[in-house]
Ligand binder design. Structure first.
Ligand SMILES: Cc1ncc(COP(=O)(O)O)c(C=O)c1O
Length: 394
């Protein structure tokens, strides 16, 4: 096949995606003031970011990053197993293990890389991975890469999960159960304690991704899995790219699993270590997050208020009880039209379409952050009232 005919095939697929309203494109963004960003030359209030505590621009994190750049330079120059393992890693991994109340932790380049590497490093073809149907793409991709048998259970359906464990546990050398403590597109929670109990009962490892809960939940921002909880999952994943404001991720776990992953996790072995500035910002964020009780309360209050509005006044479907509020509609064309209407009115909230979410529940995902004020909430409500009133009249 020559290049021209290969590209013809790519164009045909792109045009199919465009016709179905599923085409993705990159839009250049620059930082605006307050809770806004500038996109396509237009200032919009940003309800699409995961900067839940506003730490991405926090002066203490910026200063820590700049000081580390000054001292070490902008890059790590090598992988962690070569000469990229600056002592900042030890500091960060100790701080995380203490925040999560685990024996150890291991830092990776990003949440995507962490899930990919941890799952594929830990289990193989003689194992079975049993995961919630709504698990993030990075978990699915890690499972595929591992070549283990994959079984997905209906969202949060513990009875179904137990049925699988009862029937299948004996067929495999080991079983890994995977879930997220807070689901990123639905804003709802996993029954973590029950998952851990099932893991113990059927001698299966349990891994829980706290990507969206970290920073926002927990007395000290440790997430939904309490620092002092006796029965924790065997592996807890968290990322620095969301509430902690920067970049990178971790797996909080036992010392033995950490040592094993250092030997088997390909995303750690074969990838350049994180830049020193990023590590320093992450250390600052982990230390700071414990103190941000007011910000945690504020973000959850504003999200609660909005969720009540969606259900009560708009009579539309939503889910969960977190800072992530999905507004669920029936048709992809409706969510695409609503995203455009919001943007026209200076609000950035993204349409989430299949395959990221099921075909019958495309949605607009509103993610609230501590820097969003009541004025922002009033604006969103006003614009949504207008959109749905217009729909009724047309
Ligand atoms: C549950 C979950 N895990 C992992 C990731 C990936 O994290 P990162 O953005 O740090 O790659 C995401 C990102 O959206 C996520 O939602």
């Amino acid at each position: 096949m020559n290049q021209a005919s290969f590209e013809d095939g790519l164009r045909a697929e792109l045009s199919r995606l465009a016709k179905a309203g599923l085409l993705r494109r990159l839009v250049t963004t620059s930082v605006g003031s307050g809770d806004s960003v500038v996109m396509d030359g237009k200032s919009v209030v940003d309800l699409s970011s995961n900067d839940y505590l506003g730490l991405s621009r926090h002066p203490l994190l910026k200063r820590a990053a700049m000081e580390a750049i000054d001292k070490y330079g902008v890059g790590a120059r090598a992988s962690r197993l070569m000469s990229g393992n600056f002592h900042l890693y030890d500091q960060l991994e100790e701080a995380i293990a203490s925040l999560k109340g685990t024996e150890a932790s291991l830092v990776f380049g990003s949440g995507y890389l962490c899930n990919l590497s941890v799952i594929s490093g830990l289990v193989g073809p003689s194992h079975c991975i049993v995961m919630d149907k709504l698990c993030h793409a990075s978990i699915v991709d890690g499972a595929l890469l591992s070549r283990a048998r994959i079984i997905r259970f209906p969202h949060n359906d513990l009875e179904y999960l137990e049925g699988i464990l009862k029937r299948k546990r004996q067929d495999y050398k080991g079983v890994l159960i995977v879930a997220e403590s807070l689901y990123s597109m639905d804003g709802d929670f996993a029954p973590v304690n029950e998952l851990v109990a099932l893991g113990r009962k059927y001698n299966a490892l349990v891994m829980v991704d706290e990507a969206h809960a970290l920073g926002v939940f927990g007395k000290r921002g440790e997430g939904l899995i309490a620092q002092d909880s006796q029965e924790k999952p065997d592996l807890i994943i968290g990322t620095f790219g969301k509430a902690l404001g920067s970049y990178g991720a971790f797996c909080a776990t036992s010392k033995v699993i950490k040592d094993f992953l250092i030997n088997k996790a390909r995303g750690l072995i074969y990838s350049t270590a994180l830049p020193p500035g990023t590590l320093a910002a992450n250390i600052e964020a982990v230390n700071l997050v414990a103190k941000l009780t007011d910000a945690r309360q504020k973000v959850l209050e504003i999200a609660d208020d909005f969720r009540d509005f969606v259900q009560g006044e708009l009579c539309l479907a939503t889910r969960g009880k977190s800072q992530i509020v999905p507004l669920i509609l029936k048709e992809v064309s409706e969510v695409v039209a609503l995203e455009a209407f919001l943007k026209e009115h200076h609000i950035l909230a993204k349409a989430i379409r299949p395959p990221t979410v099921p075909k019958d529940s495309p949605r607009i995902r509103f993610s609230f952050c501590a820097h969003h004020g009541r004025d922002t909430l009033h604006l969103i409500k006003k614009v949504l009232r207008e959109f749905f009133k217009k729909g009724q009249n047309s």
